[in-house]
Design a binder for this molecule. Structure first.
Ligand SMILES: [Ca+2]
Ligand SMILES: [Ca+2]
Length: 381
């Protein structure tokens, strides 16, 4: 294990990774009979959280890089933004300094959106992308050309800005901003103007927002800080490690109003949502066992439907579909380690493409027995 902590971004609490760098390997396909065909993207150092370009071939992701800012031992950072094809070709570094996090292709023009500490290397502590108590306060959002040129800084403040995505029509960016330890969702025009706060919640910690195909709804995950702190105290007393309850919600823009709806209904950790192009399904990551995280395909209209789609006794998470819904890129750890790489699964048989799009279900049917707490929604309504 190197003493430099290198990692991909996990905008999530409680996953501390200390990774070793290794050469990319040969892109072997796996033969797990319960999984759809999948392969590891070759030729890349440790990497993760990849997202497809509009062409369904190129990806943007964070790759470990010795030139990146070192967050310090045991902290998640040390990666920079790259683009490459999902066959591991045409690998291009987009940013050469700081440490980077979430990134995205603008759907409507040849530009990239990415997160970096590059302008705060010396004036802020590096922080830790995986610890919400230590999120990098020097993280800012940037856009650039596809080759990394013409860098434009979209945010300029002393807070954590990250978890950024662009709407399918290219008009809006939704992102997460944490001020004084409290995370909320924000929106701005795709050129960085008109930065507007969307949620104003003290207890809920919202983040990881992605637009649905209607351009009017975003899907996001949230946890309650009060609940997390209570569980942390209990774990410290008992020497246990309890999952922080998180659920997935949608937020629809209705003029000046927001309609927030719950889309998962469990008491464990549901995170890293990603919408399918059909407007009916979304991915979520859940813990199913020790060191075993799996991806589930969920139904926006029925909270009782959660179909497991990875079956691998390791860390699997952060899935994202190609725009045609035929491929899913996701992050998988090497056996018995925290070394992460991007994989591609052929999900064409799941029929998640735009040809099946007929709008976004207004709300979900909770599973039998689920009791809604109206107080949960009060701060959003
Ligand atoms: Ca909040
Ligand atoms: Ca797994």
């Amino acid at each position: 294990m190197r003493n430099k902590s290198v990692a991909i971004l996990f905008v999530i609490i409680g996953i501390t990774t200390c990774l070793t760098l290794a050469a990319g390997d040969s892109g072997d396909s796996t033969t797990n009979s319960r999984e759809l065909p999948t392969y590891k993207i070759p030729n890349l150092l440790e990497n993760g959280e990849a997202y497809y370009a509009p062409d369904g071939l190129y990806l943007i992701a964070q790759i470990n890089d010795p030139d990146a800012q070192d967050p310090g031992r045991g902290k998640v950072g040390g990666a920079l933004t790259y683009t490459f094809t999902d066959r591991g070709e045409d690998i291009l570094r987009i940013n050469d300094r700081g440490m980077d996090a979430c990134s995205w292709f603008y759907p409507d023009k040849d530009q990239l959106l990415w997160t970096s500490t590059r302008d705060h290397i010396n004036d802020f502590p590096a922080g830790n992308w995986s610890d919400d108590q230590d999120y990098p306060q020097g993280a800012e959002l940037y856009s650039s050309d596809l080759d990394g040129g013409n860098v434009r800084r979209l945010t300029n403040n002393e807070w954590y800005d990250a978890e950024c995505t662009v709407s399918p029509d290219g008009k809006w960016i939704v992102f997460g901003r944490q001020i004084n330890g409290n995370a909320d969702l924000w929106r701005m025009k795709s050129d960085g103007t008109e930065q507007t706060q969307l949620t104003f919640t003290e207890d809920w910690q919202e983040g990881e927002a992605y637009f649905l195909p209607d351009n009017k709804t975003v899907i996001f995950r949230a946890w309650k800080q009060s609940e997390k702190l209570l569980l942390n105290q209990m774990d410290e007393r008992n020497g246990t490690h309890t999952q922080t309850p998180m659920n997935i919600f949608t937020l629809k823009f209705l003029g000046q109003d927001l309609d927030v709806q719950q889309r998962t209904f469990t008491h464990d950790m549901n995170w890293a949502p990603f919408p399918a192009p059909d407007g009916k399904h979304f991915l979520v990551v859940r813990i199913v066992g020790d060191h075993n995280w799996e991806l589930f395909l969920c139904d926006l209209a029925d909270g009782s439907k959660m179909r497991q789609i990875t079956f691998n006794e390791e860390w699997d998470g952060m899935g994202a579909f190609s725009p045609d819904g035929k491929k899913m890129v996701y992050t998988r750890s090497d056996p018995g380690s925290w070394s992460m790489y991007s994989y591609v699964m052929d999900v064409s048989s799941l029929n998640l493409g735009t040809e099946n799009y007929s709008g976004v279900p207004a709300k979900s049917k909770p599973p039998t027995g689920w009791v809604e707490n109206p107080a949960d929604f009060a701060p959003w309504r």
